[in-house]
Design a protein around this ligand. Structure first.
Ligand code: ADP
Ligand code: MG
Length: 460
């Protein structure tokens, strides 16, 4: 059993931090005692530390399962920067001799980042027979739940994988999970007695508001007013790249502020430039799309405005959470015009595959060249014994569920009570105290009454 002092010493020595953030120490203590833990901490709260620190106190290898190669790469880069060299990525990019070599010396790594499909492979699992597995980490654990917005069927393999690895201590990590999803994560992993460490999703320093308008033009004027008053640093979210670019230009012209668009259609060099300028306060406002997981770790973002509504409350919370990381007064405003939800419905529409098509894929193994991206998903299901009928019902379920999520989002917009209370109730929490700058329900004249701390904006 490690003492608090000992943990703090390692925190300082290995990571250079002076104190734990909420939820970190509790999780680490339980893991070191060999308990399985499900930890829910907001984005940016420091979930990586939860497995990185124990890795230095346990013997053996930590396996981290991640849904995306970009997420793995990000973690690997960070460990390298921290001076940790015993790190490897085991994914589909690794082929032939390279892969064989990695599999041979698996036990020499402290951290192995991999995907669920990779672990489901017999060769890979056999290679892990010779490895002393210190811990299994499921990052983005909500992906295992069909109730969650990012369901990934391959995550369902992880229950068996864990069994085959000999049931190592398991850490499940996620940023937002309702009580139902938390329950489902544990059920799908087959770990019913996990400890849950859940920090509140509430961000008390972010004032919540919705502005309803009747016509598009009115929305633009409203946006302009907000940007003129609150200036920045701020982020405005749009549903499309085109709108983000157009509005960046339009706003820049009218406000004289430095404003740029930031989305997946922008070159890597420009993105890097924009990030740098935003960090340096040379850019005041960024017009972005949500598709872009912004690598921006700026703690004095004063406002997040949504020009279009996101498709669910999980994403909304994540996006507004980029405001006010410094704890100072910040603002989240959602602009809504009647019928805006149609845009989301179009963007996220799911085509339910016909049973006959699935049957054909099953018989002829049609590839993604013929069918596009979805084929991979179909092939995955079919390879794991789901019948075409089952697949269709999974898609139907997903479609139904996305509409439900959108309705919850609209519920927030049309809510006549406290917005914070609505959000927290959705995530299974209670509002503890009524605070002064809470939402537009308590403070109707917020546009004139809310003051944001001034930022040191650099003008060129
Ligand atoms: P998450 O996965 O929860 O989104 P990360 O693990 O990526 O968050 O951490 C976000 C940032 O917080 C990183 O820059 C990390 O170095 C920093 N961080 C984590 N724990 C601490 C701590 N105890 N003190 C200070 N900074 C921390
Ligand atoms: Mg993370």
């Amino acid at each position: 059993m490690k003492s608090r002092q000992e943990l703090l010493r390692i925190l300082k020595k290995q990571f250079g931090f002076n104190s734990f953030r909420p939820g970190q120490e509790e999780t680490i203590i339980k893991l070191l005692a060999g308990e399985d833990v499900l930890t829910v901490l907001p984005t940016g709260a420091g979930k990586s530390l939860l497995y990185q620190l124990p890795a230095y106190l346990l013997t053996g290898t930590v396996i981290i399962v991640s849904p995306l190669i970009s997420l793995m790469q990000d973690q690997v880069d960070r460990l390298h920067r921290q001076g940790e060299k015993r790190v490897v990525m085991l994914n589909s990019q690794l082929v032939g001799a390279e892969r064989t070599a990695v599999l041979k010396r698996l036990q020499s790594f402290k951290f192995v980042f991999t995907s669920p499909e990779m672990l489901d492979n017999d060769n890979v699992l056999t290679a892990f027979n010779n490895v002393d597995v210190a811990m299994l980490v499921i990052d983005e654990a909500h992906c295992i739940s069909q109730w969650g917005p990012d369901f990934r069927p391959e995550y369902l393999l992880l229950k068996d994988v864990r069994q085959q690895l000999g049931k190592p201590t398991t850490l499940m990590l996620t940023a937002t999970a309702t009580p139902r999803i938390r329950q489902d994560i544990q059920a799908k992993m087959g770990i019913n007695d996990a400890q849950q460490i859940v920090e509140s999703v509430d961000r008390p320093n972010i004032f919540l508001a919705v502005q309803k308008v009747y016509r598009q033009q009115e929305k633009d004027e409203e946006l302009l007013r907000l940007v003129q008053k609150f200036k920045g640093p701020g982020i405005i979210y749009f549903a499309s790249r085109k709108m983000a670019s157009q509005m960046a230009e339009w706003l820049a012209e009218r406000t004289g502020l430095n404003i740029a668009a930031y989305h997946a259609g922008i070159t890597a060099i420009d993105r890097f430039q924009i990030q740098r300028q935003f960090m340096a306060n040379e850019l005041q406002v960024i017009c972005a799309t949500s598709a872009f997981g912004m690598g921006i770790d700026k703690n004095d973002v004063r406002f997040v405005i949504h020009y279009h509504l996101p498709n669910n409350l999980e994403n909304y919370l994540q996006e507004i959470g980029r405001a006010g990381r410094d704890g100072k007064q910040s603002l989240a405003v959602l602009l809504y015009a009647d019928g805006d939800e149609m845009i989301q419905r179009q963007l996220t529409s799911i085509d339910i595959p016909p049973v006959e098509l699935l049957q054909q894929i099953k018989e002829h193994r049609l590839s993604s060249v013929v069918l596009g991206e979805q084929a991979e998903l179909f092939n995955f299901y079919l390879a794991h014994h789901s019948s075409p009928e089952q697949i269709v019902s999974i898609f139907k379920h997903r479609k139904y569920q996305m509409e439900q999520e959108l309705q919850e989002m609209l519920g927030y917009i049309n809510n006549r009570g406290c917005r914070r209370k609505y959000l927290l109730t959705y995530f299974g929490e209670q509002l503890s105290t009524n605070k002064e700058n809470c939402c537009d329900f308590d403070k109707e004249e917020w546009q004139t009454e809310i003051d944001l701390p001034a930022s040191k904006l650099v003008t060129k």
